[in-house]
Design a protein around this ligand. Structure first.
Ligand code: COA
Length: 160
């Protein structure tokens, strides 16, 4: 693939996201990582903060471009000429949700946009941003799930 896209809310970015993005980056010339302003989710971090963390955590992957976006993903993809969405698949619970996103994007783009799934590694099967937010709130151990830069940010946020 020449151009592909991985999008998410990244509130915050986890090692699980990073693992999928790293593997996806090997499948294409350029991987756009879109940090979304998702109106359905009330986030712990602002869009700018989430983007800053994403850029920091992915800074050693060369063929990545981090952007922020709000609105329909398919419209943005049409603007940049991208036809492939990469998503990670973790446990079975992801399947139905991911299927609805994949079909939604396929339909809204008149069959132009395909979704490619990468199975998450065993150690990240049950990692999610809300799990790490809860761990941080109760001062749990975070280094299995988050990069140091993100750990500092989330600890600080819960001290404020
Ligand atoms: N590692 C760790 N966590 C992962 C993960 C991985 N590999 N893959 C998914 N997750 C988690 C996230 O941490 C998040 O956890 P949380 O809900 O506990 O916070 C959850 O899975 C879903 O995260 P994400 O991948 O960011 O998806 P989302 O549901 O927040 O948003 C969008 C999905 C942003 C891609 C989708 O809503 C979208 O495209 N929106 C734009 C509007 C649009 O076009 N809508 C029509 C779609 S058909």
């Amino acid at each position: 693939m020449k151009l592909a896209l991985y999008s998410g809310t990244f509130d915050p970015i986890t090692k699980g996201h990073r693992e999928i993005i790293k593997r996806a980056s090997k499948m294409c010339d350029t991987l756009v990582v879109a940090v979304l302003n998702n109106s359905a989710k009330k986030t712990l971090f602002s869009l700018e903060e989430r983007k800053e963390m994403v850029e920091e955590v992915l800074k050693d992957i060369e063929n990545i471009e981090v952007v922020e976006h709000s609105g329909l993903l398919a419209n943005y993809m049409n603007e940049i000429g991208c036809k492939y969405i990469i998503r990670g698949l973790r446990a079975v619970v992801d399947y139905e949700y991911e299927l609805s996103l994949a079909y939604g994007n396929y339909d809204v783009s008149n069959g132009e946009i395909e979704t490619v799934f990468i199975p998450a590694s065993k150690e990240y099967l049950y990692v999610s941003s809300s799990v790490v937010r809860e761990l941080a709130l109760y001062k749990g151990k975070l280094d299995n799930y988050l990069d140091d830069f993100v750990i500092e940010k989330i600890k600080k946020r819960f001290e404020e």
